[in-house]
Design a protein around this ligand. Structure first.
Ligand code: SF4
Ligand code: SF4
Length: 294
């Protein structure tokens, strides 16, 4: 089972929920992987403190032009939807950061002047945090295209009973790539007007992807009741409310898991996990073998 922990905006406590869920899940007799797909600024390692075992470069393909063969016909630039390749005078400029590696320019080049080469966009780090397999992608600074790295980070862990995906905040391509294919999306939000606005957008995204979801309200009690009202009106199950407890913020600032710094919260995260698993067991698409019909 894959649980994606997502949020419409940054700073809602998504990583706090994801890392503590991975921790409590690993206390039972199951294999667990935590996958940090927030590749622009992964921070799950600050709390799970993995021992790194492997780090490998992640690359993607970009076009390479042999100017001796180029006839400057301009077809490559016409087919490119991202303005990533532009014939200019006697040369052809390739803007690697904008290229989506579709291969279209190489296909249409009548002179056979375009081949593909690799470009490193980041690294994939793998290790262990206790019984949790820990995987994270780390995007190179200045690199704009994170989905290829997210795809490779998601596919890195071997098969386990439960995978917790820490998705990037927001609703753009990186968030969609991270939650795509999940069995359940846990939306973490906060009870403020900003939180509610971004929750609405994120809920629309998850519904468009036809994924099941539930909500965690973090810092409950610090804002208003509109978020809970919205969830009820839209038949979104509120699976947990984490109180606005200063001790949680202090544990976070020290890089500690809530469950270990404040053991009374361990029961709450175990209950959250149980509710997700119970909700998923009611999924009409779940098969008796543990697989899913999509
Ligand atoms: S399609 Fe090929 S030949 Fe035409 S401009 Fe691009 S690289 Fe040159
Ligand atoms: S591979 Fe695709 S996105 Fe990249 S430059 Fe060529 S046509 Fe554009």
């Amino acid at each position: 089972m894959r649980i994606a922990v997502a949020s419409g905006k940054g700073g809602t406590g998504k990583t706090t929920v994801a890392t503590n869920l991975a921790h409590v899940a690993s206390l039972d007799d199951r294999t667990v992987a935590y996958v940090d797909c927030d590749v622009e600024e992964p921070n799950g390692h600050l709390f799970l403190k993995p021992e790194w075992l492997v780090s490998r470069p992640v690359t993607r393909l970009i076009p390479k032009v042999d100017e001796a063969k180029c006839t400057h016909c301009g077809l490559c630039s016409q087919i490119c939807q991202y303005s990533a390749i532009v014939p200019l005078g006697v040369t052809v400029l390739v803007y690697a950061e904008m290229c989506h590696a579709c291969g279209g320019c190489a296909l249409v080049c009548p002179a056979g002047a375009i081949t593909e080469t690799t470009r490193q966009i980041g690294v994939l780090d793998m290790g262990w945090s206790g019984n949790v397999q820990f995987n994270r992608g780390l995007l190179n600074i200045g690199e704009a295209m994170s989905p290829p790295l997210i795809r490779q980070t998601k596919s890195a862990p071997p098969k386990v009973d439960l995978t917790i995906i820490d998705a990037p905040p927001g609703t753009s391509c990186p968030a969609i790539e991270s939650i795509r294919g999940s069995d359940f999306v846990l939306m973490v939000t906060e009870p403020t007007p900003f939180g509610l606005n971004d929750l609405r957008i994120a809920v629309d995204m998850v519904r468009a992807l036809r994924l099941r979801m539930g909500v965690v309200i973090n810092r409950a009690g610090s804002g208003d009741g509109q978020t809970a009202d919205y969830c009820r009106a839209n038949r979104l199950e509120i699976l947990a409310e984490i109180p606005d407890d200063r001790r949680i913020a202090e544990a976070y600032s020290r890089g500690e898991l809530i469950c270990t710094a404040l053991p009374e919260y361990q029961t709450a995260f175990e209950a959250l996990l149980t509710r997700i698993l119970r909700s998923e067991s009611r999924n009409p698409n779940a098969t008796s073998t543990g697989g899913y019909r999509r």
